[in-house]
Design a protein around this ligand. Structure first.
Ligand code: FPP
Length: 238
């Protein structure tokens, strides 16, 4: 498959692949500003990179990848920017619905609070989850209206509702939104913070940072992160 032309990397070029990658798609605003464009243009370019990178994860055989698309704090942004982001999510889901190749063999799952999202978006999210539910490739978690603290609180509340009076780590691991460990967190754009992303899952994550802005992020950047991950000596506190 010639998705990325000459620079294509064969799966077996990596001796070890992370089971779960988390990606903070940062730098869209700065990318747009540098070009004298509105922030929404940066998000649009970022959405196209999301499409390419999720497909590349699938091609490489990554089991789980979580993309941070909209945080519980992002509501503080202008209505114009929030609307532009919501429209991009809907655009992608409509595409995925009319053209199954858009999602490939990936399973799309949304993580985060449903409250606050429009019914139109919720319906498309449900349809995408349902339509891709039987796919056997990468599980692509899209974090929309997501916060790591909110995720843990919601898991605890669910356990309390189920009648639990004492809560173990295993209980929380089984009730958060994603698979419980995240092996590698990728954050472009030069920032070196977690920003309330996958707090529980990041307990033993390896971090990879880069100055590249998300709309400029290429498959090669993902490969660099994976190459770096291969070299890390993970001890899990031992
Ligand atoms: C952070 O960069 C990015 C976001 C708040 C939005 C990320 C969302 C997308 C890339 C769209 C995803 C689309 C689909 C279909 C999943 P920033 O805007 O804060 O950048 P800045 O720090 O340079 O201002």
């Amino acid at each position: 498959m010639a998705l990325f032309g000459k620079k294509e990397v064969e799966q077996n070029e990596f001796s070890v692949l992370p089971n779960h990658i988390g990606i903070i798609m940062d730098g869209n605003g700065r990318w747009a500003k540098k070009r004298g464009l509105p922030r929404s243009a940066g998000h649009k370019a970022g959405a196209n990179v999301f499409r390419k990178i999720s497909k590349e994860c699938e091609r490489l055989g990554i089991k789980y990848v979580t993309f941070y698309a909209f945080s519980t704090e992002n509501w503080k942004r202008s209505k114009e920017e929030v609307d532009a982001l919501m429209n991009l999510f809907m655009e992608y889901l409509l595409e995925a619905k009319s053209d199954v190749t858009q999602a490939g063999n990936s399973r799309i799952k949304f993580i985060g609070e449903r409250e606050g999202l429009s019914q139109e978006l919720l319906n498309l999210m449900d349809e995408a989850e349902e339509e891709t539910g039987s796919h056997t490739g990468t599980t692509v978690y899209l974090a929309v209206n997501y916060g790591g603290r909110q995720e843990i609180v919601s898991a605890v509340n669910k356990l309390l509702k189920d009648g639990k009076t004492e809560i173990t780590e295993k209980d929380i691991s089984e009730n958060i939104y994603t698979t419980p460990e995240c092996d590698l967190i990728i954050r472009p754009s030069g920032e070196q913070r977690l920003s309330n992303f996958l707090l529980w899952q990041a307990a033993y994550s390896e971090f990879w940072y880069s100055d590249v802005l998300w709309p400029d992020f290429k498959a090669e950047n993902l490969h660099s992160a994976l190459r770096e991950f291969e070299k890390r000596n993970r001890r899990f506190g031992g």
